[in-house]
Write a protein that binds this ligand. Structure first.
Ligand code: GTP
Ligand code: SPV
Ligand code: MN
Length: 594
């Protein structure tokens, strides 16, 4: 007979719905202890100390990385698992061809069988959290039940977690239920299931990132995108950044790039030396919730309060803000170590790795010292470019939406859509090379509409309709653009220097929004001539810009044929207006001579 779980804090009596759910989960999972997280710094410290004592976390060099720890995950558990991620709607068509699906009743049965008794000998943590500023009408709450203290620590950095969140849940009368167990980390017993109609999530068998920190992709994108559709807003895989010019005018941009395609970097970019007086303010680095405002503009909040960022490639030159930000009070996951216990990763220009991410002596034969999807978890307030408006309950007004992808060929450095509807087509047509952020093959170009392929909680056909509807509600909709920082030459070298230099493209984007930027019209939209970009002080290979700003009608004909084929997978759910827009685009590209 299992002993009755012991209740630890007074939070257990604050909300009857939450308590009843916790009780029923405890009955199923049979933990030793039920612990309600209050979200206090003392709690964080105590949990971290416990994990260090249990050797589940390794303290890093206290002189150079004070307050930092290293977590090594199971080598089979290092990224999101898209093939094991499901959206379980009553009607299969509602999940759409963009999602894996099984019947909700069957999904619950399958998951509950895995959860039965899975927390024996473990602690069940109750993690109430609020996605978004605690006092924002746009915020939405959830409770994650997990048996991983590592998840608790991450949720504390990534969300507004604990007592205040539980108070808000009581006011809202509603919350997303996320049940998580690391199980035995057997990849054959690993599933991430979403039940948008019930506002619930069940995740078993992984302790990693988006699989396990349920506030992030599971709630703030898959469940929230469903909620957003019924409530008239958008939940998107976008960074939010403010660009301030020397006159003090700030334009906010929301940019959707697929996983590991540059969101965190752009969100905290440092402008080139010639940009005296320009400042960059980070509102968010991964997720944006966008609401039409009374003034006819689109407003964005960041539902998160921390960053779960890609480590490799971070250095003082590429991303000095991140480099400084992660030197204290940061959780590193799956990086290597130097002899004196400093974290080490590929792209660092100093230090030598002696231990790899699996804890083995470093040997290049075994691959990189840090896993390609190794991550830092850090509170957003540690970011030197943290925006004063990151906590603003009403969010920030968005001037431009920028889609992007990782395309070796074809997609130019930047182009602007003609209008909102054309922009929705540009977003729907996004394709990008896959990255280490998910466990599948890397470097394969796939369609990733609005960078939401792994995250839209419903049928993409309905999703595009919803985008069109939201645009129709806006008197002053954001201008829509597409960028590509990842074009390569024949030798496989990046044509564009990227990182801070991306500011030059953002400046053109903002000028276009203000109506001052110049452009030429092409078959795919408006492109800058090289003379329309501010290139002062830029070191770029001769001919590279011409290549970056070229549009090949022949290649684009093939591209649009591919987009047409892709959209047809969604059959009758694709909005007529989008089909008509695609026909226009095809006609333009076919009649184009160049
Ligand atoms: P997720 O957290 O997975 O959603 O990723 P993200 O979109 O935030 O990507 P991130 O900014 O972490 O960048 C991913 C990788 O791309 C890192 O290794 C960066 O160094 C690299 N990267 C980012 N921006 C640029 C760029 O402008 N040019 C080039 N060449 N690489 C970049
Ligand atoms: C992504 O893959 O887009 C991430 C990391 O931001 S994870 O939290 O694992 O989803
Ligand atoms: Mn992401």
């Amino acid at each position: 007979m299992a002993t009755a779980p012991q209740l630890v804090t007074s939070l257990a009596t604050m909300n009857r719905d939450v308590s009843a759910w916790v009780e029923s989960v405890a009955k199923l999972t049979l933990p030793n202890l039920v612990y309600w997280c209050d979200g206090s710094p003392a709690e964080f410290q105590a949990l971290q100390r416990e994990l260090i004592a249990a050797k589940e976390l390794l303290p890093l060099n206290p002189q150079s990385f004070p307050g930092c720890v290293l977590s090594r995950s199971n080598p089979s558990d290092v990224a999101r698992v898209e093939h094991l991620t499901y959206v379980c709607t009553r009607n299969k068509e509602d999940a759409g061809p963009n999602n894996h699906w099984i019947d909700p009743a069957q999904a619950h049965a399958q998951m509950d069988a895995l959860f039965a008794g899975c927390m024996k000998g473990r602690t069940l943590y109750v993690v109430p959290y609020c996605m978004g500023p605690i006092d924002s009408p746009f915020s939405r709450c959830g409770v994650e039940i997990t048996d991983s203290a590592y998840v608790v620590l991450n949720m504390q950095l990534m969300t507004r977690m604990g007592r205040t969140a539980l108070e808000r849940i009581t006011l809202d009368g509603k919350f997303v239920r996320g049940l998580h167990s690391t199980g035995d980390l057997d990849p054959k017993r690993r599933f991430i299931m979403h039940f948008p109609e019930e506002l619930s999530i069940k995740s078993f068998g992984s302790g990693y990132g988006g699989n396990a920190l349920l506030g992030k992709k599971c709630h703030a994108l898959r469940i929230a995108s469903w909620q957003a559709r019924t409530e008239g807003w958008l939940a998107e895989h976008m960074l939010i950044v403010g660009i301030e010019n020397p006159e003090g005018e700030i334009h906010y941009l929301a940019c959707a790039f697929p996983s590991a395609c540059g969101k965190t970097n752009l969100a905290m970019l440092i402008p080139p030396a010639s940009y005296q007086g320009w400042k960059v303010w980070t509102v968010g680095d991964d997720i944006a919730w966008l609401h039409p405002g009374k003034d006819g503009r689109l407003y964005a909040i960041n539902p998160e309060s921390g960053y779960f960022g890609v480590v490799p490639g971070t250095n003082a030159k590429t991303n000095r803000n991140a480099y400084n930000m992660i030197r204290h009070d940061t959780i590193f996951t799956n990086v290597g170590l130097t002899a004196d216990n400093q974290p080490w990763w590929e792209g660092l220009t100093e230090g030598t790795p002696v231990t790899d991410w699996q804890g083995r002596p470093y040997d290049p034969v075994n691959g990189p010292a840090a896993h390609a999807n190794s991550r830092f978890t850090v509170a957003a307030t540690q970011n030197p470019s943290y925006s004063k408006l990151a906590d603003a309950p009403g969010g920030v007004p968005i001037s431009a939406i920028i889609f992007g992808g990782r395309r070796r060929t074809l997609a130019p450095l930047v182009y602007q859509a003609r209008n909102w509807l054309h922009g929705v087509l540009v977003g729907a047509g996004v394709a990008s090379e896959t990255t280490a952020a998910a466990t599948d093959a890397i470097g394969v170009v796939r369609r990733d509409p609005m960078a939401m392929k792994p995250f839209a909680g419903y049928n993409f056909g309905d999703y595009w309709s919803h985008w069109i509807d939201v645009g129709a509600k806006l008197k002053s909709p954001p201008q829509i653009f597409h960028v590509n920082w990842f074009r390569q030459n024949a030798a496989g070298k990046f044509l564009w220097p990227g990182f801070g230099e991306n500011m030059r493209v953002l400046r053109w984007v903002i000028d276009r929004c203000k109506g001052t930027g110049k452009a030429r019209e092409t078959a795919i939209g408006h492109l800058p001539n090289s003379t329309d970009l501010d290139l002062q002080g830029l070191d770029i290979a001769p001919g590279a810009l011409d290549e970056l700003l070229a549009v090949s009608p022949k290649l684009w004909r093939d591209e649009f044929a591919g987009i047409e084929k892709y959209l047809s997978e969604f059959g009758g759910r694709v909005p007529q207006a989008l089909k008509a827009e695609l026909e226009n685009a095809l006609a333009r590209v076919h009649s184009s001579q160049a």
